[in-house]
Design a protein around this ligand. Structure first.
Ligand code: MTE
Ligand code: MO
Length: 470
């Protein structure tokens, strides 16, 4: 295949050969596509699973220029096996089907079932959603090194150095994927929101213990220059492109950004970043890099796909990421104010539930509704309201909150509201919820005004439809 390289950008997929030279400029991942030149696409797409959707196959089909001879096809399949091998050390995930709605196995993407989300204030390690873009890397703790550098110098620390020499700090913080609630952004007027179809469960709340990033940067004198701090993980694809993201230096030097080694008092599990992960509280989950082994202080953001060409709110005129000029759109950092109803819910896939059949509690004839709320960027939740008439009248929910310092409200708020049986309509009816932070920011009533093709930051009122059983 390499011999075609000089003619243009050719690649193979299944039994086809494609000349994508004229597509390069439109590729949403930019020049990344050039790395596949002369190769079989399967390996790349196994990792960048966003490609495995119909419109990408259709786009590719337009560039077919021929078919592969049988020998080449077999070589392709071999290569594909090598890629699948990367996943062989992914951990065993016990009871995953009971705990999660599994959105993909390789890489593993699974959201917590809503009932479990509100079953405890801290989400247990087993119940915490998993969002992996690639395989889970294998780490030998005795060989593990954390590299910290800027353009001029580089140092490295062993795991023990980090744990023993720096003071530990613990915070309670939610982590939420920017794609949480993406599925509800699809609509007939504006189109599909492309990406993993999360319902309300790509969020969790845990206690994280580790070293303050600030302490680490200061100890190496790396806190004075550089506009961004980049984090790179050990999960790399077959071309050695690793997961990476960055945050502004100002945030990196703030009180609670952690290099965490414990979650809820236990060593990190392999799905959640063993041995070390970044926790950037108040910020979208994508910046909390797991399995981190390189920290780079730079004037530039990380040049990864996930910083440059994803996790951005594209303008609503963009219907396909291929059309986007990603350079003109900033990378997402702080989360926005969010809330969702988690109980009642069903064990069926949240995205497919239409009407839930429920009974008011026999004793007191009330129906109890529970959910979570989260203010982004450290802003606390001021109230959560629910409505049975699509927002004409609202009832105030009771809040379960931690006392947290001003602008450092990283934990979620859980909330409860009891609907009296006499207020419950007999026909199927909707419950909606919405939260307000202490700055008066609140959630939009529908996704129409915030729709974007990658379906990020959906915080529209959450709605469930109930039918009361007699
Ligand atoms: N870090 C690495 N190295 N690789 C990843 O795929 N996924 C990110 C982030 N950190 C990711 C990563 C995304 S998009 C999210 S939402 C969170 O991790 C999810 O963290 P969790 O799996 O512990 O819930
Ligand atoms: Mo994410």
């Amino acid at each position: 295949m390499q011999r075609f390289h000089s003619l243009g950008y050719w690649l193979a997929y299944k039994d086809g050969v494609y000349d994508v030279s004229s597509f390069v400029e439109n590729h949403p991942g930019g020049k990344q596509i050039l790395k596949t030149a002369g190769k079989a696409l399967e390996s790349c797409w196994k990792i960048f699973t966003i490609h495995q959707i119909d419109h990408v196959y259709e786009t590719l089909e337009q560039y077919r220029i021929g078919n592969l001879p049988k020998g080449e096809r077999e070589a392709n399949e071999k290569h594909q096996e090598t890629v699948l091998d990367l996943f062989q050390y992914d951990p065993e995930r016990v009871n995953a089907n009971e705990t999660f709605f599994i959105r993909s196995q390789r890489p593993f993407n699974a959201e917590t079932k809503p009932n479990l989300l509100v079953s405890s204030f801290l989400t247990s390690v087993e119940n915490f959603y998993v969002r992996n873009h690639m395989h889970v890397p294998v780490v030998n703790i005795n060989e593990f090194k954390l590299e910290i550098r800027n353009e001029k110098s580089s140092r490295s620390l062993s795991y023990d150095d980090l744990v023993d020499k720096y003071k530990s700090h613990t915070i309670t913080s939610a982590v939420q994927c920017a794609g949480n609630r993406r599925a509800a952004m699809n609509n007939e007027h504006q189109g599909a929101a492309l990406g993993t179809q999360w319902y309300v469960g790509a969020i969790g709340n845990a206690r994280w213990t580790g070293v303050k990033l600030r302490d680490l940067l200061e100890s190496f004198g790396l806190d004075k220059e550089g506009k961004h701090v980049q984090f790179w993980g050990l999960d790399c694809d077959t071309s050695q492109r690793c997961y990476g993201a960055s945050i502004p230096m100002e945030k990196a030097l703030s009180e609670d950004v952690l290099l965490a080694y414990e979650m809820n008092g236990e060593l990190l599990s392999s799905d959640h970043g063993y041995p070390l992960r970044v926790i950037v509280p108040g910020t979208i989950g994508a910046r909390s890099v797991k399995w981190v082994n390189r920290i780079i202080v730079s004037d530039k953001e990380a040049d990864s796909h996930w910083q440059m060409s994803d996790y951005k709110i594209l303008p609503p005129s963009i219907k396909e990421p291929q059309q986007a000029d990603f350079d003109r759109v900033p990378a997402l950092q702080e989360s926005n104010v969010q809330s969702a109803i988690c109980s009642p819910s069903s064990d069926e896939d949240g995205n497919k539930i239409k009407v839930l059949s429920v009974k008011p509690n026999d004793k007191d004839k009330r129906l109890t509704v529970k959910g979570y709320a989260l203010g982004g960027g450290g802003r606390a939740i001021q109230n959560v309201q629910i409505s049975l008439d699509h927002g004409k009248t609202w009832f105030q929910a009771e809040l379960e909150q931690l006392a947290q310092p001003h602008m450092r409200a990283w934990s979620w708020t859980l909330w409860t509201y009891h609907i009296n049986a006499s207020d419950i309509p007999s026909k199927p009816f909707d419950i909606v919820c919405r939260a307000m932070d202490t700055h008066g920011n609140t959630q939009p009533d529908t996704p129409l005004g915030i729709w974007n093709v990658r379906g990020v930051m959906n915080n529209a009122w959450h709605k469930i439809t109930l039918q009361i059983d007699d």
